[in-house]
Design a protein around this ligand. Structure first.
Ligand SMILES: [Zn+2]
Length: 82
């Protein structure tokens, strides 16, 4: 559901975070938009797109979140053990 157009800079930040282990703060500073860290719309957008694994601290798309874990990726917490 899109209530408003997503600013390009938001997409860019998601793109840069995804697959990296940089902090959100660091990427915002690199893009000269540190104020986004206080922007609830932006933070909600991030939460819907990607997450930071509690275990390995890398960012992944939301679809890679383990169903067994709590904010952990499938590499750290496999869905099913075989
Ligand atoms: Zn992980």
């Amino acid at each position: 559901m899109n209530l408003f157009a997503v600013p390009d800079i938001w997409e860019k930040i998601i793109y840069e975070l995804n697959g990296s282990c940089d902090s959100l703060e660091q990427v915002l500073e690199n893009n000269e938009v540190p104020e986004l860290e206080e922007d609830m719309n932006f933070l909600n957008f991030v939460d819907n797109e990607i997450f930071r694994c509690n275990c390995c601290n890398w960012w992944y798309p939301i679809s890679e979140m383990s169903e067994q874990g709590d904010w952990e990726c499938r590499d750290c917490v496999p869905d099913d053990d075989e």
